[in-house]
Design a protein around this ligand. Structure first.
Ligand SMILES: [Fe+2]
Ligand SMILES: [Fe+2]
Length: 219
């Protein structure tokens, strides 16, 4: 290690918890997407918006990793640079199928039919098989390295960069999906770091919107 980070070090297992957002979304494709009644515009909109926001969250997550923790790890753990760069490069590999999935979901929302629904389900499944490999590799090979060289402040910086890069239209959905997976103590820290207006919105309105949305999504 060339640069000693300031303590305390981050709890990198949060990465694995966060990834469950994507694993659950992929697990849901057969029932939420393929199982949606053909031509049901309201259902296509509800489910399609969920996937649109989750895929945009995935973009933001990878961009934040690219901009914060991966460069720091390369610098600090040169003896592990091969595995760090190999797993980081998988973000690029995901992009092609991710773009195709985004387009297919948008096409389904715009014109729900058996064909557009099945195309969306197939595109999400194709993207999922590539993404799951990356998540597996990152959790197995990179999370232990994060735990050795990334501190709490830097971990928080990655979360902040991810929120800055999130382009979804339902921030409250992203916050709720994250809070479902993280530990209570991590959620307390997240809420403590929210700007006061965001904190007020989440507490008074957003949390309820999230709960109603996922109740309808999951039936
Ligand atoms: Fe990740
Ligand atoms: Fe990643």
């Amino acid at each position: 290690m060339t640069t000693a980070p300031e303590l305390p070090l981050a709890d990198a297992t949060a990465m694995t918890r966060f990834h469950r957002i994507f694993r659950e979304a992929l697990d849901g494709v057969p029932s939420f997407v393929a199982g949606a009644p053909a031509g049901d515009a309201a259902r296509a909109e509800l489910v399609g918006s969920y996937y649109d926001n989750v895929l945009r969250l995935l973009h933001a997550h990878h961009e934040a990793e690219d901009l914060t923790i991966y460069p720091m790890m390369v610098e600090r753990l040169p003896e592990h640079v091969e595995v760090i760069e190999r797993v980081n490069a998988e973000h690029e590999t995901v992009l092609g199928s991710l773009g195709a999935a985004e387009e297919a979901v948008a096409a389904w929302r715009a014109a729900p039919s058996t064909e557009s629904r099945d195309s969306a389900a197939a595109a999400l499944a194709a993207m999922g098989s590539i993404l799951l490999e990356h998540l597996d590799h990152e959790e197995a090979d990179v999370v232990p390295l994060i735990g050795r060289c990334i501190n709490v402040a830097e971990w928080g910086q990655m979360s902040a960069v991810a929120f800055q890069h999130f382009t979804g239209d339902k921030v409250w959905l992203a916050v709720g999906l994250i809070q479902e997976q993280l530990l209570a103590s991590e959620n307390e820290t997240m809420e403590a770091n929210m700007p006061p207006p965001v904190h007020d919105f989440w507490t008074n309105t957003g949390r309820g919107m999230f709960q109603r949305y996922v109740a309808e999504l999951r039936g």
